[in-house]
Design a protein around this ligand. Sequence first.
Ligand code: NAD
Length: 435
Amino acid sequence: MATDLRLPTDSIVMPDKDSFLNEENPFEAMMSRFDRAAQLLDLEPGLYKVLRHPEKQIIISIPVMMDSGEVEVFTGYRVLYNTSRGPAKGGIRFDMNVNLEEVKALAAWMTWKCAVVNLPFGGAKGGVICDPLKMSAGELERLTRRYTHGIMHTLGPDSDVPAPDVNTNERVMAWIMDTYSMHHRHTVTAVVTGKPVEMGGSLGRREATGRGCMIVIKEALKHLGMKLSGTSIAVQGFGNVGSIAAELLAKEGCAIRGISDRTGGYWNKGGIDIDAALKYVKQHKTLEHFPGGEPISNEELLTADVDVLLPAALENQITSKNAAKIQARIICEGANGPTTAGADSILDEKEIFVIPDILANAGGVTVSYFEWVQDRGGYFWSEDSVNERLTDIMRRSFADVLKLSLQHKVNMRTAAYMVSISRVATVHRLRGIYA
Ligand code: NAD
């Protein structure tokens, strides 16, 4: 007898802006958005339960011989949230604040991010609790290799493909690739992405996330009937994502009026000279004392009078406390989770067009996918070819999300989750439940 799989409409509790007691908990923030989209999609209760649980959570103890001759034991995680659409994809971070809740949330995020741009990947994330700034290169290498050994059974080009994240880089990816390859007795470049170009990395990967932000901002301006040339922009964070997006947008004729990093912000109504700011950071490491603008606070930058706000630094920057003061017409979430769930409805009330993180910063994972494809094919593309394909995917994904947003009269974040969840759900329905 056919079972009614429909979810009773009152079985998902809808979030409202006052109900976020802990609006900074990343798993709750992600799940409240998931719930809203799941309800609008009328997701079956069985699938709802499946998609609310990570597929696999690995916790390992990592003994490392320190330079002092003493043994330290670190804790490492790898969470595979969902692999229905393909190998798990997601970065590895080395940080003192790593914890299982956060790794779970970030792994789920990767699942929706890969699905929104329609990559044949699932989502994962990993991390080790450590302070890499206090460790020598040798200690970091031993930690990385032993962590890789501890999660070896999940890794592989067809199963789980890590990438760099907070405090990990090309060098760490090279160690992971080498450790995996030694165990498998042959070189397996496609087991990680974000590798050095000399050993199977992709051209254009370093710029990909900032470039992706630039592409979706252009699409949003077009949709809203706003001109690209002369558009005023404030960028929070002047690292990989923020500085490259600022550079590319300035080249397109936008006025980058505000920039900031962890040392403070700078404002120039006539537009900051981004080339000068890039040179300054190259020389001084940070923007501290940058002479090309008036000093402003982080809060002033976020609430500045600009057309576009591009948060590209940290999570939880736009909250229920400051959302009402935001003046930008468009927010492009270059960072992961810069807006708390509690701020969403306030931004909606103000009719601010938010390009959500899972779409806005998906350029990075898209070029990671290109890297994996190139490694597996053993044939490498020109930078122009990478950028063309990236532009194509970002534009198409923006259009998919916008279409659903207009159809269902929901904001772009909810629409992005709806696109992702329905893609993952479709594959689950087709595959069925193995028993
Ligand atoms: P990064 O370390 O290169 O740069 C981070 C920047 O933020 C630095 O300029 C830093 O000084 C600044 N910052 C730190 N604290 C700040 C504060 N309180 N106020 C203002 N600025 C502050 O990192 P990134 O790779 O550019 O990543 C930025 C964000 O984008 C993160 O949320 C990351 O998860 C996300 N992201 C990055 C990529 C990528 O490919 N790099 C891909 C997807 C998402």
